[in-house]
Design a protein around this ligand. Sequence first.
Ligand code: SF4
Length: 246
Amino acid sequence: MRTVSWFSCGAASAVATKLALSEGEPITIAYCHIEEEHSDNARFLKDCEKWFGQEIVILQNDFYKGSIYNVFDKNYMRTPSGSPCTRSLKKQVREKFELPTDRQVFGYTVEELHRVDRFIDANAQVDVWPILIERGLTKEDCLGILANAGIDLPMQYKLGFRNNNCLGCVKGGQGYWNKTREVHPEVFKRMADFEKEKGYTVLKNADSSPLYLHDLDPKAGHYPSEMAVECGIFCELAEQDIEAGK
Ligand code: SF4
């Protein structure tokens, strides 16, 4: 039996991994690499490896060379039932690595208790160790624990993003994309040009017609009040529900 901790280059998964290691059991630490994440994630991962005293196994979907653009080249970017990038670059990679007997550590915090409960109800076969919830830890607590450990947060947090997703995440709203235009103009341009080339878009107008990033009003949206974008096991679960018509 293995215990696998899913490290995501986020603060919570780093603290969950450290706590699991502190229990004295051997832990396999795994990370699904995506090309479009911030380059500072490589620094954060190395800092965490030192903190853990152990290497992290880096996984990737080689068919798509770990890139969301290679996924979008062959699929749409967003469908009513979710994003093909999450499925191809995270879910499939995780499933390929998983063993049915694995115990799995996910970095979910007490704010996410109801979602963990729901996940466990729907996936009785998956042995989940919700270690942050057992310890009553919040996202803020995890940020504090990393700061106390002297580990600099990943750059995306410092730039004011609320998660450490890909730069230019296709699940972001208008405010998110305007923030991306301001902070990472090259990322905005790449996606805007890609949309024009392919003829499909990340954003939609209120009447569901396509809204090309090139046409996005720079004042549209308000990033702080938009829903936080998730790209992990819970959004996979939500997508499964949508596909099943639940
Ligand atoms: S973070 Fe966004 S763009 Fe990246 S894989 Fe997840 S949903 Fe796709």
